[in-house]
Design a protein around this ligand. Structure first.
Ligand SMILES: Cc1ncc(C[n+]2csc(CCOP(=O)(O)OP(=O)(O)O)c2C)c(N)n1
Ligand code: SF4
Ligand SMILES: [Mg+2]
Length: 335
């Protein structure tokens, strides 16, 4: 089955005007995940079916008798974005083969939160990425907590963060001692049948939309991981959402890259960082958010050290976290 060939938007002025995720949602003011939904489906266009796993982007977007989705949309269970996406792509294929609906390329996008994707739905996403005969995108919108159920820690939450399950206390200041799970790189490295994996952030909107367009055009199952500032969970003034997304990239905490047919490309400011540009101190990112307000100097230093390691010691800067003893020939070609 052919895919729609969606050419990249060549600059912000070339982005289409039509919206397929509109008014009527009830997300918090400054919610970047809502912006991700809007940009994702704007990039995909009208011939798109969207499946969404439980979480803020389900609950706040489909209040009883109202929805902001203009394209067909269906809710799926928290851990099953992979299965729902694959099932929908398979169903469309069969209906077209049997002549029940006209033959035409239709985009299938299944989204999940970090709780639903990085933790609970990981196995279904992995299984789906092995089915090369079906065209679909799985997009994980990562607000770094189980936000909809009141900000519980997930495998994608940052080290040391204050969540309802990891509150700093008198005995232990740091409750979440896990470094964020490396989801995109894990999926890229482990799924040879998946032709396209990318990271995005809506603060870099055109880059984000073009990666969605490429992921849908390339064919087969694909994956995109989006880092989404969340005013409620991250505890900051909603007007800072865009700036925090930029800072996550500029500090090197969130590298923007894609892996297409085994070729790694850095994008935007991450490209400059990978080429040697100085990163901003992580302090500038951390100190703007209440979820890190309990950090003392040694915590900020630890966070900085770990981020430095990502860029200076990893096999591929910011992407593949192995530390080779000697220089090893890379199998992923960095462009
Ligand atoms: C199997 C299952 N367990 C628990 C829940 C309760 N629940 C609903 S939304 C949610 C949080 C999901 O977190 P995430 O996927 O990160 O999305 P977010 O709420 O952050 O947008 C939870 C735990 C559920 N709906 N289904
Ligand atoms: S809690 Fe966070 S992700 Fe959920 S609607 Fe509010 S800002 Fe968006
Ligand atoms: Mg979440």
């Amino acid at each position: 089955m052919q895919t729609l060939q969606l050419e990249p938007f060549k600059g912000v002025k070339k982005v289409t005007q039509e919206e397929y995720f509109t008014s009527g949602h009830r997300t918090c003011q400054g919610c970047e995940s809502a912006l991700v939904m809007k940009l994702m489906v704007k990039a995909a266009g009208p011939r798109t079916v969207v499946l969404g796993s439980t979480g803020c982007m389900y609950v706040a977007n489909t209040t009883y008798y109202s929805t902001s989705w203009v394209v067909p949309w269906m809710h799926t269970q928290l851990g099953s974005s992979g299965s729902a996406g694959l099932g929908t792509a398979a169903a469309l294929k069969v209906l077209m083969r049997k002549g029940k609906i006209p033959q035409e390329p239709i985009n299938v996008i299944a989204f999940c939160g970090d709780g639903g994707g990085v933790d609970m739905g990981l196995s279904a996403i992995s299984a789906t990425l092995m089915h090369e005969g079906y065209n679909l995108l799985i997009l994980c919108y990562d607000n770094e907590s189980y936000a909809n159920t009141d900000i519980q820690v997930s495998g994608s939450s940052p080290w040391g963060v204050n969540t309802t399950f990891s509150p700093p206390g008198k005995k232990y200041r740091i409750m979440n001692r896990r470094w964020k799970k490396n989801m995109a790189a894990m999926l890229a490295a482990g799924h040879p049948t998946c032709r396209y994996v990318a990271t995005v952030c809506a603060s870099f909107a055109v880059d984000m939309m073009n990666k969605v367009r490429k992921s849908l055009s390339i064919g087969g199952p694909t994956f995109i991981h989006s880092l989404d500032p969340c005013p409620k969970g991250w505890d900051y003034d909603p007007m800072l959402s865009h700036e925090l997304g930029e800072l996550a990239v500029e500090t090197g905490i969130w590298p923007l890259y894609e892996v297409e047919d085994g070729k790694l490309r850095f994008y935007s400011k991450s490209k400059a960082i990978a080429a040697g540009r100085k990163r901003k101190p992580v302090r500038e990112y951390l100190e703007r958010q209440g979820r890190f307000a309990h950090f003392i100097e040694e915590d900020i230093e630890f966070f900085q050290r770990k981020t430095d390691e990502m860029w200076e010691k990893w096999l591929i800067p910011g992407v593949i976290p192995f530390t080779p003893e000697e220089k090893t020939a890379l199998r992923l070609a960095v462009q």
